[in-house]
Design a protein around this ligand. Structure first.
Ligand SMILES: Nc1ncnc2c1ncn2[C@@H]1O[C@H](COP(=O)(O)OP(=O)(O)O)[C@@H](O)[C@H]1O
Ligand SMILES: [Mg+2]
Length: 233
């Protein structure tokens, strides 16, 4: 029986194991008594750090739409110099990336962030879908929704994904308005994506938001087939 066999086996002594390990290491030319040293730290680029925060699907995304690459170039060119002379971002234009489901809107948005980081632009950025935003701002104990909204409103670069896709109410309209209005006032670059045809956006997000978006964003209209269903497109 297995249990009996296990229990009758002579217990292994940790000391004996350590001796064997020591012999193996010595045979391989490694001194087992040498203190452990950390491997030399490899420089971690901002892009590598950002990749850890980017959802796996978009971790290799490249912004290849001409209007998106033009935006990246403008932001990188006009950024305020920060420590070490690396350009940072301050005020700048925003993009409204619109198109049907699966046409690559989220891909372009994360691709744009990756391109900025690859161009050594110092960048603090946040990304959220509107559905997640509303969920995170619902009042609950021990959480200050005002603070969360304030920090998204102030973040130098924000991806606001899928505007108009979540169920709307007066409450969501007010939150969207406050967020967009703050970013509009401060002229902070924002990458907004939406499934809605532009003409219908106003009816969904309200006139105050639609009007600000019209002024603050360049429109990027994506078309073609749903890439999820036709990956070769
Ligand atoms: N330019 C592109 N090159 C390669 N793959 C892409 C490109 N655009 C989108 N995809 C892929 O197509 C799928 C749908 O893209 P996504 O950005 O999620 O669409 P949307 O946000 O418009 O619904 C994803 O798997 C994405 O990785
Ligand atoms: Mg998307």
């Amino acid at each position: 029986m297995t249990t009996a066999a296990t229990s009758t086996r002579e217990p292994q002594r940790a000391g004996a194991l350590a001796d064997r390990l020591g012999t193996i290491l010595t045979d391989r030319g490694i001194d087992p008594t040498a203190p452990l040293t950390e491997p030399p730290a490899e420089p971690v680029t901002a892009l590598e750090l950002a990749d850890a925060r980017i959802p796996a699907r978009y971790r290799r995304a490249l912004a290849d739409h001409p209007k998106v690459t033009a935006w990246v170039e403008e932001i990188a060119r006009t950024g305020r110099k920060g420590p070490g002379e690396a350009p940072g971002i301050s005020e700048g234009p925003s993009l409204l990336i619109a198109g049907p489901t699966g046409t690559g809107k989220t891909h372009q948005a994360y691709g744009a962030v990756r391109s900025l980081l690859a161009a050594n632009v110092r960048l603090r950025w946040e990304a959220t879908t509107t559905a997640d935003l509303y969920a995170s701002l619902r009042p609950r104990q021990g959480h200050d929704p005002e603070r969360a909204l304030w920090s998204l409103g102030r973040c130098p670069l924000l991806i606001l994904d899928d505007l108009g896709a979540a169920k709307t109410s007066e409450w969501t309209e007010e939150l969207t308005y406050r967020l967009i209005n703050r970013r509009y006032n401060e002229m902070l670059p924002t990458l907004v994506t939406t499934n809605m045809p532009i003409a219908e956006l106003r009816g969904t997000v309200g006139d105050r938001v639609a009007s600000r978006l019209a002024e603050m964003t360049t429109r990027v209209i994506l078309g073609g087939a749903d890439r999820r269903r036709h990956p070769a497109c």
